[in-house]
Design a protein around this ligand. Structure first.
Ligand code: ADP
Ligand code: MG
Length: 313
């Protein structure tokens, strides 16, 4: 399944949510009923924050999602493997940047990740919005580029930019689900009707399969205001809102500077609330997926044994 993490608001934890869910789903927690899954994280924001969250240096010369979108091979589909960063390289990048901020400590074993691939991005992608405008198939280029990967991954998670422009439209065209992070603040619901209209428009014109997967409440603090916002969002979107709420937590914000998402950096327990709640959200996501599959009679085997995409460059 392909999930676009979207909200045109900046700073509502799209990247943080995409990166942590992707990591937890890939790693899995079999004892808690979360089997490891094969995951592709697509960084579709020119800021490249999803890539840097793993210590992947944006200046490194690997191909990016920009190259995939601009590929003009005509009838031929691009070879997706050439664009992906492999779990080995992601692990290496996390370990190196962790070592840089903790020179005297032993690298935590939890940084090792096996089933996560990354399609990176960098600032070059900011030109895509304009460059794509005159290209054929401008709205469905990501969908086309990712199509060879669909059968290879259990989850493809797309982190989008804070806009409803052509890049995000490409994410909506390629996805079958949208996950919307909402910051629990006073203006939480502002812009939501615009976002919903945009999704409706895409459903009508480009991708009838696009559906709302859920709303993730983020940066919650115990306060009257936050509680009011949570109540309001739940009233409005009822069961579509995740039960798990992500607290405002300094460790979550500090994690990228250590080069790894909080779900990999810190053990999920009471003293690491940020990690604990993102792990809980990953489990809830998995349960929802199971529920959806049952409802529609879909029986998909795990993709971990699919071995075509193994080595990224
Ligand atoms: P977006 O991708 O929607 O722009 P980010 O995921 O980059 O948002 O988050 C915006 C900022 O807030 C980042 O600095 C991030 O580290 C921080 N942040 C995200 N989630 C939390 C949280 N639960 N608690 C504290 N800080 C957070
Ligand atoms: Mg972001």
């Amino acid at each position: 399944m392909v999930i676009a993490v979207a909200n045109q608001k900046g700073g509502c934890a799209k990247t943080t949510t995409a990166v942590n869910l992707a990591s937890a789903l890939a790693k899995g927690d079999p004892d808690a009923g979360l089997p490891p899954a094969k995951v592709l994280l697509v960084d579709l924001d020119p800021q490249g924050n999803a890539s840097t969250s793993f210590g992947i240096n944006n200046r490194d010369r690997h191909r990016t999602v920009y190259d995939l979108l601009m590929n003009d091979l005509g009838e031929e589909l691009p070879i997706i493997d050439d664009y992906l960063i492999s779990p080995e390289i992601i692990t290496d990048a996390m370990e190196q940047s962790w070592k840089q901020s903790n020179p005297d400590k032993k690298i935590p074993a939890s940084l090792k990740i096996e089933n996560l691939w990354l399609l990176p991005s960098n600032i070059q992608l900011s030109a895509a919005e304009i460059e794509l405008a005159t290209r054929l198939g401008r709205e469905t280029r990501l969908k086309e580029g990712l199509s060879p990967a669909l059968d290879e991954f259990d989850y493809i998670i797309i982190d989008t930019a804070p806009s409803l422009g052509l890049l995000t439209i490409n994410a909506f065209a390629a996805a079958n689900w949208v996950l919307i992070p909402v910051q629990t603040e006073y203006y939480a619901l502002e812009g939501m009707s615009q976002l919903m209209n945009s999704i409706k428009m895409i459903q009508k014109r480009i991708n009838p399969n696009l559906k709302l997967f859920g709303i993730a409440l983020t940066m919650y603090q115990k306060s009257k205001l936050c509680n009011t916002v949570v109540d309001e969002v739940r009233k409005h979107f009822s069961s579509q809102v995740f039960k798990t709420v992500i607290p405002r937590n300094i460790d979550i914000a500090a994690a990228p500077s250590e080069g790894a998402p909080i779900t990999l950096l810190k053990k999920p327990n009471r003293s690491n609330k940020g990690s604990q709640q993102y792990w809980a959200m990953a489990k809830e996501l998995h349960q929802r997926v199971n529920f959806i599959r049952k409802k529609y009679g879909i029986n998909e085997p795990s993709r971990l044994s699919a071995y075509k995409i193994r080595l990224g460059k």
